[in-house]
Design a protein. Sequence first.
Lengths: 462, 483, 498
Amino acid sequence: MDTVDLSRLLLPVVLILPWLLLCLTAASRITPWLRRCLVVPPAVCLLLALSAPAAPLELPGLLLGSQFGVDGVNRVFLAVTALAWLAASVLAVSFLGTAVRPRRFLACFVLAMGGNFALVLSQDAVSFFTGFALMSLAAYGLVNHRGDTASTYAGRVYIVLAITGEVLLFAALIGLVHGVGQFQFPLRFDAPPADWAIACAVLGFGVKAGMLPLHMSIPLSYGAAPLAGGVALAGAMLNAGLLGWLRWLPLGSFELGDWGLFFAGAGLLGVVWGVVQGVRQASPTALLGYSSISQVGLMMLFIGAGFLAPGQWPLFLPLLGYFVLHHAIAKTALFCASSGHLPAVGPRWLWWLVFSLPGLALIGVPLSTGSLAKAGLVEVVTSPGVGLVSLAPWLTLATAGTAVLMARWLYLAIRAGQSREVLAPAPWVALALAALVALGPLLAMLFGVPVPAVGEALSAAG
Amino acid sequence: MTLWWSTLCVAAPLLAAVVLVLRPKWPAVIALVAVSLVLTGALGLASVLHASGPRLIEIGGWGAPLGIAWRIDGLTVTLLLMAGIVGWPVTIYARGYFGDAPAGRHFWPLWMLLLTALCALFLSNDLFNWYVTLELLSLSAVALVTLSGKKAALDAAQRYLFTGLFGSLLYLMGVALIYKAYGVLDLTLLRELTQPTLEVWVALGLMAAGLLVKSALFPLHFWLPAAHGSAPAPVSAILSALVVKGAFYILLRLWFDLVPAAMPDAVSLILGGLGAGAIIWGSLQAFRATRLKMLVAYSTVAQLGYLALFFPLSEAGVWGDTALTGLVYFIFAHACAKGAMFLAAGNLQRAAGHDELASLAPVARALPVSMFAFAIGGVSIMGLPPSGGFIAKWTLLNAAIGSGGWVWVVVMVVGGLLSAAYIFRVLALSFAEPGVEAVLEGPRVAKSSEWASLLLASIALLLGLNALPMLDLLNIGLPQVPL
Amino acid sequence: MSWSAALPLLIVASSLVTGLVIFFLKEQSVLLRTVLNLCGAGIKLVLVGVLMWGVYQGQTFEARLPLLPNIELVLHADALSLLFVSLSTVLWFVTTVYAIGYLEHSPHRSRFFGFFSLCVTATVGIALAGNLITFLIFYELLTLATYPLLMHRGTADSRRAGRIYLTYTLAGGALLLVGVVWLKSLAGPLDFTATGILAGRTDLNPDTLRWIFLLLIVGFGVKAALVPLHGWLPISMAAPAPVSALLHAVAVVKAGAFGITRLVYDVYGVEFAASLGVLMPLAIVASFTIVYGSVRALFQDKLKTRLAYSTISQVSYIILGTAIVGPVATIGGIVHLVHQGLMKITLFFCAGNLAETLGIHRVSEMDGVGRRLPKTMAAFTVAALGMIGVPPVAGFISKWYLGAGALDANLPWILVVLAASSALNAAYFLPILYRAWFRPAAIAWQERLEPGRFETHWMLLMPPLVTAALALLYGLFANMDGSPLAWARLIAEREYLR
């Protein structure tokens, strides 16, 4: 079958499948077969991400006129999202066998997944907002599944921040989109939008992405959620906030120096704070939460650069995309590994060695995906139009910090031992993802990220 | 034809009264036939009016000043219609109410006599005829009040009698003064003759005072609540719906025909002020009443105040016509609504054996039709749509606002709200705490009595659906235009 | 009489006649009464369908009955009235089903359903009223028809509720009457026209018009529960659940809001009203009401009272949309008329189910009810999320248009009001959802009722599911032809047509 046709076929399937599954969850008993169905939507979604993009799907009757499709911006995010949800689903299939209130977890899980797919695929702001809202609210059920004091507290923090974010995004939606007069991405701004609208969008998505100081819920919820939920939160939903910034903010159209510096500053703060707080954690998953905050701080530098040098944004965007891909896969792998479950085959040390591969990638050791991602970041930060050259030493420091953080994670994960949840497939998922990370350069080629070419282009421009 | 129809209105009840005195058999049927004939006569007159306009007719062929003339115009015919329409359900009701009780034997001829007097009063056009009919009306009314034979009723009747006589006396003195000055009593002639002399002022003052006493305008209402409250229910209905309107009708005619244009504004303002006082005071008393029938009677005191509001409004040129329309509609709607409320109250009283509001709730729940009738009548009294009362209130408000009489607007609005306050006191009885079983101590209430009250209430409701036919009728020969 | 004149009359009559017949039925004739109820509601549904089809084909439907000189009773079907009439007809049908199930064993059912039908007659009359006088007549009729429903239980609480309700509404009605008479005496027949009767009337004194506007707004504001005229609404929760549902979603509160919409658009004309300077104060009052209602709702433990304060807040969205000049805000206000109706009626149905099935009246007793009544609570969840403004439930669509309209009219502070309201709505609705779904179930009610085939009587379960589904579908497919949003756009187009 022709790939173009394939993606046209897959697109509506990916959008509808989670809701079909939700109906099944509501209507029938939670049978093992139903549980196994959980892996189907993310698998199809991954297939969609890998097939070539096709014309968007237009649904004028839906909401205020919706469009869904895969384009240059969201393709990486789609792949990441699909991978993370696939990993989460595999864990959930196993986890749900013994969980309390499986129906509620399943419903929330599927709702969040459906919302996440919809938002990533959406080509218009209202659909994006809708998917985002569904995902955010449904994820409460993942965070506060256990219902003990800690997860109730984490849930409360999470929902308060999520609602705050939703409200801010609603204001941003009106402020940004209504001024433009069209919902379709990319939003074509005639003039720089009002600062309050940008601020609302920055903060609204910042809640999800873990931007300082709205990061509070991230480590709490990562620690409180069952591992299947945590994987989805860390690998997929975090990136939704990032995608929101890319979709909604007037990147590449105007030079908004103040916002550029804000992103750079907040990002740097996140990098440092993530490390400082991360090493103090006692739970490996909470530590991973702080690591995410730190990594998002790095990603925010890309966006800051985009505001400072709008002309070069088309060059920065693929680099950021690669960073996102790398981070999400590595983080998902680490999460799966945090379960502490080890298969009977092979020596323990070998498994832990494999599990530390994604950590090494995050640090940016050569030959890993991380090395390429870091190289891209350095390219962007030091690119002459951006004027953030002074940040270069900080990046080195960040690398060192990440190294400390990862060492601490390994220590904690080994010491914590096996979690109480039944998660037999977790190590295998971690293994698969670790392999992906190790095959980083291949991934880069797959998604057409010409890192050396960027360097050449930059030096030519300089 | 005009003469024939108008004579029918007077002769039919008179004949019925005579027959009932002589041979009291099937009284209700005879009375019903008489009332139907009055209604027929009124309808006949209405069709004649539509065909050939208003007129004066001379009884026995002698014209004024020697003979008696009747005035047939829209106002007269509307009021005759009112008498006929209210009379019908009241008659049906009375049959069930009195049954074979001895009081009933006296009721029927008296009621017919009262109807005769009322019809003659509406048709008359000279001062002395009015005196005669008014006396007849009052005396038959007093006799009707005594029917129950209880001490309270006798006391009230006595007071009613003396007050009525006093009012008549005042009126008669005024008539005498006029006669002394001009030598005629026919209103059409007097209209041409009267001058604003002191003598005329005094005469008008005396007549007005007498009529105000009889129509129970605040603060001359003192006799009304007791009389209306203690009479048998059908009598109360007749008194509140019809009898008080008789005296007011004469006042209205005098206002248009005898009162000179040079009358100071203060007079109408005073009358309006009394009306306002009546509305507020009467409503408050009704709200404080502990007995159902007293509540309804005080409501009559309040509603009569609206009639007096007409006088200041009538001064305002074109809005005066609107006000008159509203006034007549008000009289008509009030007659139906108040009649229905008294009939319904009578049913409740009958079933409970008393009419103390505090312990009426079980009965109220046992007689839903009567309560429904009371509610519909109440809606009209409150001036809420859809009802005749709403049309009347709308029109009066329109006149008040149009002429800038904001004081009267406020009075009407407040009056409406106060009336709601006391009427819903009664209606709330229907919604007593569940589990309270109805214990009916009094005799069984006839179904016909229940439905009669609902019928009369429905008429008040229907009046609110289309006002045009009645207004068309009313506008034939307005009283302010000489014939 | 021609068909086009008869149809509006028939629509009004279909429930009036039903109601009057039901009054005289014996208490025991359950089957006959049920059949009558459903037939009346069904016939009305069909007739409204025919009406909509006819209007869609370009026919005009109008019935004129003489009332007074120069005053006619006019029943007229325009786009705005169709929106309201179809809403009330559909919801009446649903509520009738619900009420039959709810009142299965309670006394005085004939009285109840009689007045219930009268209530809907009045609402449909309000929807179809073609001029201010007709509107006023049905508006007052609604007051009267609702009173017995409020008093239905006859307890001290409900009697107090009835008394307070009457005090408020009759006083408001009196002011309304004065305002209408006044306006009529100045401006002649007050037939609603799409761009306003008074627009362009330079012969009228603006100050007088402002006074009249004030009188009319107060008159409508009482029913629409604008602060400070809202006092009756939380107390009226003493009524049975179907009554509360009808009161809040369709009849009383909506009548007030609809009246304000009519007043601003079809009597004054929105631009003329803005030039008189009366809309800004209205917007401020509405905004204050929105926030005030939400804040008060936070502190209510009784579920129905919490919902009542929520209504106070939500209905003012409609008024806010009306008070902001500009087609976008107009769309938001008008479409919320439908959306709020669907969502709020769902919430009240669910509250009724909780009370009827488990005897739960308070939020604090709701721990774990999601497991016992999953379908009911799912409907509740959808509606509550809609109230907060979470897409894709319909409430989001309203909020979007209101916010965008406020920005168009250069009133960014309204955006703050909307945002604050959303946050507050979340603050009082999410704890309920949390309790229902995430708290362990209380033991007290667990054994109360043996769950049958459904979690509760099917007549109690179906209505909330249907209305919740509609609320969801109307949001999800807002852009489709025939959705409330499409109607609202059509209406807005006409209101701003020159």
